[in-house]
Every structure is written in structure tokens, then in C-alpha cells.
Design a binder for this molecule. Structure first.
Ligand SMILES: [Zn+2]
Length: 793
């Protein structure tokens, strides 16, 4: 479907009367190189969800704002009278960026109108456009701004000035949105005047002069002018757009090079958004390569777990994540613009499911997470702190007007724009699980879900006909299932689209189940710094009013959705008004493996080091079941190199001996009789013993307990090594130590004979049961060992 048809659809859904008397001009040029298309915002009505709650707050703010205050500096700049109270913050009369918020406001009003059908937003936007038209007429040459044209002289002359074209872009984009989305003809008239001024102003410059000028942030000038070209077909608009192709940024990106280090992030993202639109306008694949390469580089090498990027507004060296956690991480504008870019790339290549996987994560964990729910007006974060102990802070009604306050108005008025797409024919894409109703020609699709509170959604079709429904199965949703009308389930692969082609009738129901599991995502630059995710959600630890000076330590073994740990985790988007940590240090508590032996050899540490059980079964345990060994041939084997990364370590387990046999083994990890470590319940000296050696039995370093273990009772045994100090614990109490334990497990190399209940030598097999065998690549403290004992785990 081309834009002409989309607009017709928009009119039909919103009601013809709503768009009369001003009708949007139809697009002159179809996009090139796209195979999916967006629905107009008016075709999607959101049903109650966290998104409608955010949207309602922003909508309330849009109607609250006083147009005259937002137009005050425009009027003054044009020599028109204004008695309005000046705004503060970045809209103060002396701030060089003044006027940008008025542009954001126009975009937001147009979107709010289309999303709700409430003409109050459109009327308010039209009133602003009318005053802007007066200001433009008064200025006389097409120029329109809240600051004088001398700012443009300064940016051209490379004199100090903030970012004049950045602000002009916001105004131009707002005007285009008022025209395209709200149908305001006067907005296009004003925009055409501005576009002509931009072209004339830049035609005067040499290529070198223009490229030098582009070192100053200019927003998405190339994007808005390309969008205008697609609307008008006037080659002058494309030429003006291409005046803003910034070679210093585009050339390395076209070659796939990551040169982003130390570049201001949100200066670059809109340029690339312009590049993909220039591809859609021209078919020149270099523009597409720039955009695809940039997206791949940013999302894979510069993006935090919440989907945001930048520290102190700047891109850093590739993969610096854990080393760049601060109070000024993840500027919200960047993700607003990354999501706009992601949508355009999806339209370009809708087979790539990873585009919407990123979109979903950033939408929930950054965009939805950055509005203050206690504010009736949707106050907005600028940065989202990702240091430990971070605290979100927000904008306000009239004294902030930071950039992210502006993009926040836009983000929160267009949540319906990416839920569904179509292919121009008979294919429907269901990309996000947001409760909503889509009107698609003769069909209505109603999506009902409490996602992400629950991992499921239901789509109900009204209307009869044949089409293909392509449902995104997120990469995190292994084990997803789809049922049509309650029939047999199909199991589509994760990270791809599931296709349902059928002749639909009214009342057909599609149920999608998306299992959500807890998992950890390591920072690119430090595998021990990790974030916790549940389905698409980042979970943050709640620390109330407690500031933190370092990353909190997380024991992954304690991480379950119902864990009664000392720190509560909750979806990051719900975390407001208290300190939190998104990232954790797992350095201090790397649980290497944990075998509860509750009827299976599974490792429940999350590391999937499943044991293999030979000649043994499961019987009653200390808690649940235990590994039952018969003393003749039964044992379990653990994966190769099970403690190969550990210098310090802990082995902790519960044992109940049926027979006490000298030299039988609780554990014995090694490569044979030359290099090994073991725990025996009774040595020939009549003691519980730990030993480790890289030189056979003659070189064993030992810790002997005061006595052998006894039969018939569950006993907790643990051995730890911290530096050269080895300690043996029985039932939570340290009973013996060796301060000269100079050999650690890493010295054994990648051990291949890692046994529970069996020796490297021809010793007796263990007769008894083992439960909750835990291995750590660090020394647990005495208190931690004691806790394992008292908890029975
Ligand atoms: Zn911003």
C-alpha cells in the first residue's frame, strides 16, 4: 500500500468529518526498497495497559500547555507582540535552543489526535501553526524560528552557537506531522517556505563549507527534507536533504567501520534515520548500508541492557558497557530515535526478527521506564542512570524543556505505531503484544493481553477472508506455542515469525503463549557484570534510599521469580522514586554448578553443566531427593574442566553414608592418579580428608578433619580455598584448615574425570546418598557455609 492509500485509510477510520475541511496532500512518490508498511496511528486503538497510562499523562500535558507561552519567543523574534510568560529551562528567551519544544509539541499533538480521534489536539496544533505562519510572514524570507537568523550565520562561520539546525528540524518535523498525520494544509505551506529557505541558504555554500558546518548537531534535517520530497516529488527537497549528508559520519559507516567513539550519540542517530529515508527515496543502496551498519554497530557494541546507549551523551569505544555506568547513561532521545530507525529498517527487511526484538526491549526497558508515573503530566527522564544506586529524575511543566522532554512527548503519543504492519497485500504482521484493536480494511484484529505481566496474548479476528498472519516469536520465547480456535498447538521457533495462513471468519481466535524465563545478560566488556532479564523485561534490584558505591553482588543461584532474597527485583519500567541497580557483580559469587538431584542430574545454576549418572538412582534426600549410590558401581560424572577456571573455590554438599568405607569418595576431580582433588569420608588415618595434588599421592596437600564421617545421618561438608588458606567445614562449622594450600583447582588443568562417589584410584565406591552438591569459583565465607547448613540446601 502506498502512502496515498494509507491516507485514505486514515480518513476513513478517523471519520471524514474529523479531517475536513483541510485534507493532507497525497504522496507523490512511493518508498523504494520496502516490503512492509505501517498502519496510520488512527487505525490502531490501544486498550488499557501501561502504555495507555503513560499516553494519558502525556496527553493531559499536551492540553495543559499554554500555546502562547510556547510561541512567546517566536513572536518576539518576528517582532510581534507577546505578553505571555516566558518559559524556563531550554526554552528560556536566552537559550540558544529555544523553539525546539514547540516543534516536538506539534508532532505530539498530531500523533495524539490520530491515536485518539480527539480533535482537541488537532485544533491546538492548528492554532500553533497559524501563529507560526504569521511569524514566518513577518520574517519575510521563509525563515521561521524563535531565534534570529544570525545563529545560522554563526554556524556557517564556525562560530560558537548551540545547534540552530537541530531546532529548525524539530519545527519542520512538527509541521510535516501536522500536515501528514493531522491533515493541516497550512502546516505544509509553512514547511514549504522553510524548505525553500534551507535550500537557498545552503546552496550559497561550497561543499566544504557545508561539511564543516555539519560538525554542529543538526538533528534530522536530511530526514525531514527527504520525507518532504516523498510527499511533494520536488527534486529541490531531495537536493536540500542531501546538503546534510555528513561524510565524516557516513563514509566509515558505509564501509562497516565503527568510528563512533567520542561522537555525540544523538547527533548521529537522526543523520542515519535520514540515510534510510534517503535510500527509500532514491534506491541508492549506500544509504541503506550506512543505516544497517550503524544499527548493527550500535545495538551490538554500544547498547546497555535496557536498550539505551551513550554515557554523558557520547558513544564510547566499542563494547564499553560495564566500564561506562554512571548517572548520565542512556539519554532518552537516543532510544526514541533508535526506535524510529528500527521501524524504518524493519520496513526495509521485515524478515529480520532481531529488529523488533531490539525494539521491544528498548520500548519496555527504556521508553516506558523513563516517564514518571506519579506525575499527572508525564514528566520525563533525560538520562536513565545505570550506575549502582541510580535514581531517575524527571522534567517538569515549564522549567525544563530538555531535549528528552520533547522526544518524550512524541514517544508517548505513538505507542500504536509499531504493533502491526502489513505487506501491502494479504499479510499482517503482529510485532508487539500491546492490547489494541486494529482496523485493517474489512478486518478488525483485537489483541487482548496482560503482557508482559503474563507471557501470552489472544488475537480475535472479525471479518471473513484469506490472509497470512505473521506473529513475531521473540528470541527470548523458547517453547512458544500457538493455537487457533483452541486446536492443536504448534511450536514455532523463537527469534522468527510464525506464519498462519488461512481463510478467516469472524470469531477466529489465535492464542499465543510466550514462556518467560529468568536469564542473565553479561556486559560486553566484563562477563561478571550482568543484568537480569525476565522475558523482554530488565529486572532491577530495589535499594530504596540506600545509595551504592559499587555494584551489588548477585548469587545467581538465588535468582528465581519467587525468590525471597534480601533484595527485591522488579521490572525496571516500574522502578521510580527509589534507588536501583540494573547491573550486578557476579564476580563474588560465581556458582559454577548446583546439583539438587531432585530426580534428575540437572545443574540448576543456570550454567547447564548437567551431570551424567551411572548405575545410580534417586532416593530420599536432605531436601527433596538425593543421588543414591550403592557402594558397588554407582557414581555421577560432571563435565570436563568443571573447576578449571577456579583458583579459589568451594565444594559444598550433603552426604548420608550407609556404610563408612575408607578411601571412598564424596568427590574426586582430576585427570587420573597424577593430578586430582578429592574429599573422602575416611582416610587411612581415620579422618575426613580433603587433598589436592598435581604430583600424585606423594605431593598431596591435605586438610584432615578431626574424625571420619559417620553413617546414618545427613552431614553437610564443605571445603573452601581463599588464597593459600584451605578450610574444611562440617555441619556449618570450620573444623580444620591448612594455611599452605598452594595448589588450586586451576592447577589441575581441564580435568576429565570429575566424579561424585568414585575415586581416580581403584578405591571403593561410595555407599550412601549425595544431595545439593554445589561448586563455586570462590571461597564462601564461614557465614555463607553456615547458611547452607542451616537452610538444608
Ligand atoms: Zn535528549
Amino acid at each position: 500500500m502506498r502512502r496515498r492509500t494509507l491516507l485514505a485509510g486514515s480518513v476513513a477510520v478517523a471519520g471524514v468529518s474529523a479531517l475536513a475541511p483541510e485534507r493532507a496532500m497525497a504522496a507523490a512518490r512511493p518508498d523504494i526498497g520496502v516490503s512492509a508498511y505501517a498502519f496510520p496511528l488512527s487505525a490502531v486503538r490501544l486498550l488499557p495497559s501501561p502504555f495507555t497510562e503513560n499516553a494519558a499523562r502525556t496527553q493531559s500535558y499536551l492540553l495543559f500547555l499554554d500555546n502562547d507561552r510556547l510561541l512567546h519567543t517566536f513572536r518576539l523574534n518576528a517582532g510581534l507582540p507577546s505578553t505571555a510568560t516566558a518559559c524556563g529551562g531550554w526554552e528560556s528567551p536566552t537559550t540558544e535552543l529555544r523553539g525546539h519544544s514547540t516543534g516536538h509539541l506539534l508532532s505530539a499533538l498530531a500523533q495524539a489526535y490520530a491515536s485518539t480521534g480527539d480533535t482537541a489536539y488537532r485544533v491546538k496544533g492548528e492554532q500553533i501553526v497559524a501563529v507560526l505562519a504569521q511569524c514566518q510572514t513577518r520574517l519575510g524570507n521563509g525563515y521561521l524560528s524563535a531565534f534570529p537568523e544570525s545563529f545560522i550565520d554563526r554556524v556557517e562561520a564556525r562560530q560558537s552557537v548551540w545547534a540552530p539546525y537541530y531546532t529548525l528540524h524539530k519545527i519542520m518535523a512538527g509541521l510535516l506531522d501536522m500536515h501528514l498525520i493531522a491533515g493541516t494544509a497550512q502546516a505544509l505551506t509553512v514547511l514549504l517556505g522553510m524548505a525553500a529557505w534551507v535550500k537557498a541558504r545552503n546552496d550559497r555554500l561550497t561543499l566544504a563549507q557545508r561539511q564543516n558546518m555539519l560538525d554542529t548537531e543538526f538533528g534530522g534535517m536530511n530526514e525531514v527534507l527527504t520525507n518532504l520530497y516523498q510527499l511533494t516529488g520536488d527534486p529541490a527537497h531531495l537536493a536540500a536533504a542531501q546538503h546534510f549528508d555528513h561524510a565524516e559520519i557516513f563514509d566509515p559507516l558505509a564501509a562497516g567501520q565503527d568510528n563512533l567513539n567520542n561522537y555525540h550519540a544523538n547527533t548521529q542517530i537522526p543523520k542515519v534515520l535520514g540515510a534510510i529515508r534517503e535510500f527509500h527515496a532514491t534506491g541508492v543502496t549506500r544509504y541503506r548500508d550506512i543505516a544497517v551498519n550503524f544499527w548493527d554497530i550500535v545495538t551490538r557494541h554500544h547498547t546497555y541492557a535496557i536498550g539505551g546507549n551513550s554515557n554523558g551523551e557520547y558513544f564510547k569505544a566499542p563494547d564499553r558497557i560495564a566500564s561506562e555506568l554512571s548517572d548520565t547513561t542512556a539519554e532518552c532521545c537516543n532510544t526514541h530515535n533508535m526506535l524510529k530507525l528500527t521501524r524504518q529498517l524493519f520496513l526495509t527487511d521485515p524478515a529480520r526478527a532481531d529488529y523488533l526484538d531490539y525494539y521491544e526491549g528498548a520500548l519496555y526497558n527504556h521508553i516506558l521506564a523513563s516517564q514518571d508515573p506519579s506525575s499527572a503530566h508525564g514528566f520525563q527522564c533525560y538520562y536513565v542512570p545505570l550506575r549502582a544506586g541510580g535514581l531517575k529524575t524527571y522534567s517538569n511543566d515549564y522549567n525544563s524543556f530538555v531535549c528528552c522532554h520533547g522526544t518524550g512527548m512524541e514517544s508517548n503519543t505513538k505507542y500504536g505505531d509499531t504493533v502491526y504492519f502489513h505487506d501491502g497485500g494479504s499479510t499482517l504482521y503482529v510485532n508487539l503484544f500491546i492490547p489494541s484493536v486494529l482496523t485493517w480494511g474489512a478486518y478488525t484484529i483485537r489483541q487482548e493481553t496482560t503482557f508482559p505481566a503474563a507471557g501470552s496474548t489472544r488475537l480475535t479476528v472479525t471479518g471473513a477472508g484469506t490472509f497470512q498472519m505473521r506473529i513475531r516469536i521473540p528470541a527470548w520465547a523458547a517453547g512458544a506455542q500457538i493455537r487457533v480456535n483452541g486446536g492443536a498447538a504448534t511450536s514455532p521457533p523463537a527469534g522468527a515469525y510464525a506464519s498462519l495462513s488461512r481463510t478467516w471468519v469472524t470469531g477466529d481466535v489465535v492464542d499465543v503463549t510466550l514462556p518467560m524465563t529468568v536469564r542473565r545478560e553479561a556486559a560486553n566488556d566484563n562477563s561478571t557484570v550482568q543484568a537480569v532479564k525476565f522475558g523482554p523485561l530488565v529486572l532491577a534490584g530495589l535499594f530504596g534510599s540506600s545509595n551504592l558505591s559499587a555494584l551489588p553482588v548477585l548469587d545467581p543461584a538465588t535468582l528465581t521469580p519467587t525468590s525471597a532474597g534480601s533484595v527485591a527485583l522488579q521490572p525496571f519500567y516500574k522502578v521510580h522514586g527509589q534507588r536501583y541497580s540494573v547491573y550486578w557483580s557476579v564476580t563474588g559469587s560465581p556458582l559454577t554448578a548446583h546439583y539438587p538431584f531432585d530426580g534428575s542430574p540437572a545443574d540448576v545454576s543456570g550454567n547447564e553443566r548437567t551431570a551424567t549418572v551411572y548405575g545410580a538412582g534417586y532416593g530420599s534426600g536432605r531436601t527433596g531427593n538425593a543421588l543414591a549410590l550403592d557402594g558397588s558401581a554407582g557414581y555421577a560424572a560432571l563435565p570436563n574442566g568443571i573447576l578449571a577456571a577456579a583458583t579459589n573455590f568451594t565444594i559444598a554438599l550433603w552426604v548420608r553414608l550407609d556404610t563408612v568405607t575408607t578411601w571412598s569418595r564424596l568427590v574426586d576431580f582430576g585427570t587420573g592418579t597424577g593430578a586430582y582433588l578429592f574429599l573422602t569420608p575416611r582416610s587411612s588415618a581415620g579422618t575426613l580428608r580433603f587433598a589436592i595434588t598435581t604430583g600424585g599421592s606423594g605431593a598431596e596437600q591435605r586438610i584432615d578433619g578431626p574424625a571420619a564421617l559417620t553413617a546414618g545421618a545427613w552431614t553437610h561438608v564443605a571445603v573452601t580455598r581463599n588464597g593459600n588458606l584451605g578450610v574444611l567445614h562440617v555441619n556449618g562449622v570450620a573444623v580444620a584448615q591448612n594455611p599452605a594450600l598452594t595448589v588450586g583447582p586451576a592447577a589441575l588443568g581441564s580435568t576429565t574425570r570429575n566424579y561424585l562417589g568414585r575415586s581416580q584410584y581403584a578405591d571403593p565406591y561410595l555407599d550412601g546418598a549425595l544431595d545439593n552438591v554445589r561448586l563455586y569459583a570462590r571461597a564462601l565465607s564461614a557465614a555463607e557455609v553456615s547458611t547452607l547448613y542451616t537452610s538444608g540446601s
